[in-house]
Ligand binder design. Structure first.
Ligand code: PLP
Ligand code: SF4
Length: 336
């Protein structure tokens, strides 16, 4: 159990060590949060295929002693994950199985998504990737070379999206090499990185990383993933500031989650706080219906009501687009 003194020591470590120290079992996390696992609907069985994983930086934003904390709900393995909800399946988006073969997803015009790594610093219980063996979600060196060739050969591609898993878990040397290769592709205009690390492991935003990113002649966009304003602690804010100050454009995507952010006040506050720290609200996703995530579902009707409520009080640029992913569609589907 990290005491305040050891928390200071923890946050002085480098990101790899902080990641290695992440909570990986229910007991340790509950002890740190002053909660008893016996009083919670926790499930060890739910961790068998998808372990608990929570970096201390994220855990430190959870209110101690609150079993209903919205951040805790995102990471605590519970009984409901084992319930069968109708309409929920292992590959709700319908493309992950094929994408694991090549590590490349080219579904939308002009944009190619690379699955650079299967792993994440945090295991979000609502994630649609939870049912895929992480090791199969890797872009191996060979696949990466083939992917770069694909990008080079297709002049209609103007943007490459590094995704995963979490692409910022790649080492600085691999990222630097990859970005240098992308830099040499003339028709590419933008490199976009989808990462939850600035939010859950802000130590990852090192000077070296910022150097690598700001050296690129391409426009760099980072889309972070934050679901609740409580996730924005002082380390997160500092990391986002340094990204922003080096000329990187920051957007946020959230998932609409029951018991986490299915409330107009929470969503409005999230938008306000994000923007306050230089991050523009981009998407609010309806949950992908993956097995084990049924208890997070918010109906489309409720989602629309929520969006209308925040639209009535916030400037337009603080209202994220409500979207869902539909198998076979040429873009994300905006819900109006
Ligand atoms: C979401 C997604 C994108 C990016 O879509 P935008 O609407 O541009 O944010 C690109 N490719 C794939 C496969 C995606 O799932
Ligand atoms: S960070 Fe993203 S990809 Fe990783 S577990 Fe969470 S939701 Fe899934």
């Amino acid at each position: 159990m990290p005491e305040p003194q050891s928390e200071i020591q923890h946050f002085a470590k480098n990101w790899q060590q902080q990641l290695a120290d992440a909570f990986n079992n229910i007991e340790d996390l509950c002890r740190y949060l002053h909660l008893s696992p016996d009083d919670l609907p926790v499930s060890v069985a739910a961790t068998e295929n998808f372990p608990l994983r929570v970096p201390l930086s994220f855990a430190s934003c959870i209110e101690k002693g609150n079993p209903h904390d919205p951040l805790l709900r995102q990471v605590l393995p519970v009984d409901e994950e084992l319930f069968a909800y109708p309409g929920f399946s292992n590959d709700p988006v319908g493309d992950l199985a094929s994408a694991t073969q090549s590590g490349v997803l080219h579904k939308y015009h002009g944009r190619v998504l690379l699955i650079n790594t299967g792993s994440c610093a945090i295991n979000c219980r609502y994630c649609f990737r939870r049912n895929f063996p992480y090791s199969e979600l890797q872009l191996s060196k060979q696949k990466e070379e083939a992917a770069i060739q694909t990008l080079q050969d297709d002049a209609s591609i103007s943007e490459v999206i590094l995704s995963g898993g979490d692409p910022l878990l790649l080492s600085d040397s691999r990222l630097t090499k990859l970005i240098l290769q992308l830099d040499s592709i003339k028709h590419l205009k933008r490199i976009r990185i989808h990462s939850r690390l600035p939010i859950v492991l802000p130590a990852r935003i090192t000077k070296e990383l910022i150097c690598t990113l700001s050296r690129s002649p391409k426009q760099i966009i980072i889309i972070v993933h934050c679901n609740h304003a409580n996730e924005l602690n002082e380390r997160v804010i500092a990391a986002c500031n340094s990204l922003k100050n080096s000329g990187i454009t920051l957007f946020n995507q959230s998932v609409l989650l029951k018991g986490v952010n299915d409330n107009a006040e929470v969503l409005g506050d999230l938008s306000e706080q994000l923007f306050c720290h230089g991050i523009i609200p981009y998407y609010l996703h309806l949950l992908d219906k993956a097995t084990g995530t049924g208890h997070f579902e918010v109906s489309e009707a409720k989602a629309l009501t929520l969006i209308r409520q925040i639209q009535a009080t916030l400037p337009g640029y603080l209202v994220p687009k409500l979207v869902k992913e539909q198998a076979g569609a040429g873009s994300k589907q905006t819900i109006l």
